[in-house]
Write a protein that binds this ligand. Structure first.
Ligand SMILES: [Zn+2]
Length: 210
């Protein structure tokens, strides 16, 4: 007679003990938070709306000469180190927002020959430092102070007006380039394929379908 309550009690204890580590809900939510962390780590985003539609003239790595260039007249020659995002019909440059493509500090903003307004951000790609160049901007629109952190999608500024000092006389567009290493690199074209290896194909990084 005394055995039954003891077994019953033991059974209760075992059931209670058994239920403690069996926490499918907790395991589920922890797996969920892990996958959302992985999603958050996917930190690269396109620097401009409708990015896929805009790469119509100079993609990454194209070899440009004044004769073959899709842009006429052309003053540059060499391998294009960035991706050019063009203005879409009906847009005005100052109405086109350029946003941070990655997480990192703004390390440079200046007027540069060949570009007009340039902003450069230092980010990380696959665990290594890179610099990210945004060229042909309206420099006065870049109001983030130097050395301030930017998150992906934070506003960098707006495109510069075409054929003005904001674009150094070029058509309105965004030149977007990713260079290996932490140091500022401004070249928009290089003369050898070996030199081009210093840059990363931004279209691949951003997953654009052109
Ligand atoms: Zn370009």
């Amino acid at each position: 007679m005394r055995l039954r309550p003891t077994l019953f009690g033991l059974c209760l204890i075992l059931t209670a003990c058994g239920s403690v580590p069996t926490t499918p809900a907790t395991q589920h939510s922890s797996a969920g938070s892990q996958s959302s962390q992985i999603a958050k780590q996917k930190t690269w985003v396109a620097p401009i709306d409708r990015a896929d539609e805009r790469v119509t003239k100079k993609p990454f790595g194209i070899f440009i000469t004044p004769q073959n260039s899709p842009v006429q007249p052309e003053k540059f020659k060499g391998y294009h180190t960035g991706t050019d995002f063009e203005l879409l019909p009906g847009e005005t440059p100052h109405a086109v927002t350029v946003r941070a493509a990655c997480a990192g500090k703004l390390i440079y903003k200046q007027t540069v020959s060949g570009y007009g307004g340039v902003a450069i951000q230092r980010c990380t790609l696959n665990g290594s430092p890179v610099t990210v160049l945004y060229g042909h901007l309206s420099l006065t629109s870049v109001d983030t102070p130097l050395n301030q952190d930017l998150k992906p999608d934070d506003r960098i500024g707006v495109l510069g007006t075409g054929f003005s000092s904001e674009t150094d006389g070029e058509r309105p567009h965004l030149h977007f380039a990713i260079h290996h290493g932490a140091q500022v690199e401004l070249k928009g074209y290089v003369q050898t394929k070996e030199e081009l290896d210093g840059w990363v194909d931004a279209e691949t990084v951003l997953g654009l379908s052109l």
